[in-house]
Ligand binder design. Structure first.
Ligand code: ADP
Ligand code: MG
Ligand code: MG
Length: 243
């Protein structure tokens, strides 16, 4: 699977938030999107998961124009873990995971034994078998993220897109979530807040500032003190330490 965004511009109201961005995720890659708060990471990701249509540019999934695909078809190819995991109903953990199966089914089709098998395997893979019957509402932030990753697994998509999956988690859960994502074996595009995690897990990074990509490359090359000072507008000495 390959994702390619070409010359994407996005406007909200009268304001252009994203300016002519090109971005690629190739097979086997874990690609990070970093940049200060308000730089446009979430806005850009929303255009990739079809919440915000770009005013210009095109997005391709394996050569197919994303916005020409049936929504169900794009959901078969791409799984999404959004920043907020709000749900309006009190679903169980297993029910949440089984939602990942819906893109593969027709309307009004019940879960088959195969769907149940896939859902339970996905829960086992994130170490949450014992939580199947728990209410999703009752889980902690880290547990919710793991369930949403299990849902993405059950979806059997070819690409995973995440928006700051480690927000509000302590270090142990941050590493657990990042390890899980890394182990999925599908290409990943993730907005990340934490530069240490970006350095540890990503093969390649795009650095966003004020809606433009100002640097890209492998973490070792681009995460220099100078770049961080400039992009994040900090005065003090900065360096990246492994967690
Ligand atoms: P990030 O995810 O990098 O923190 P966002 O994509 O959330 O950045 O925001 C980028 C810019 O778009 C910010 O200036 C923000 O204020 C603005 N923005 C976000 N959502 C809206 C909206 N619904 N209407 C207008 N401006 C918005
Ligand atoms: Mg933010
Ligand atoms: Mg954001």
């Amino acid at each position: 699977m390959k994702l390619a965004a070409k010359d994407i511009s996005i406007s909200l109201g009268n304001e252009q938030i994203i300016h002519d961005i090109c971005l690629e995720v190739k097979a086997g890659e874990f690609v990070g999107l970093i940049g200060p708060n308000g730089s446009g990471k979430s806005t850009l990701l929303k255009s990739i998961y079809r919440v915000l249509k770009p005013v210009a540019g095109r997005i391709f999934l394996d050569g197919d124009d994303l916005y020409q695909l049936a929504p169900r078809e794009s959901a078969r190819r791409m799984a999404v873990v959004r920043q907020e995991s709000s749900v309006e109903f009190d679903f169980t953990v297993l029910e949440m995971v089984l939602m990942g199966r819906s893109p593969h089914k027709g309307m009004f089709q019940m879960d088959t034994p195969e769907d149940m098998h896939i859902g339970k395997e996905a829960l086992a893979r994130v170490g949450m078998t014992d939580y199947s019957e728990r209410s999703f509402f009752s889980l902690s932030g880290g547990e919710k993220k793991r369930v949403l990753i299990a849902r993405a697994l059950a979806q059997q998509a070819e690409l995973l897109v995440l928006d700051e999956p480690t927000n509000h988690l302590d270090v142990r859960y941050q590493l657990q979530v990042m390890d899980l994502v890394k182990q999925l074996g599908i290409p990943v595009l993730s907005a990340l807040h934490d530069l240490n995690l970006a350095a540890m897990y990503c093969d390649r990074l795009y650095v966003l500032k004020a809606g433009r990509i100002v640097a890209s490359g492998c973490p070792d090359e681009i995460l220099t003190a100078d770049l961080i000072r400039e992009v994040y507008e900090v005065e003090t000495d900065v360096s990246i330490h492994p967690v």
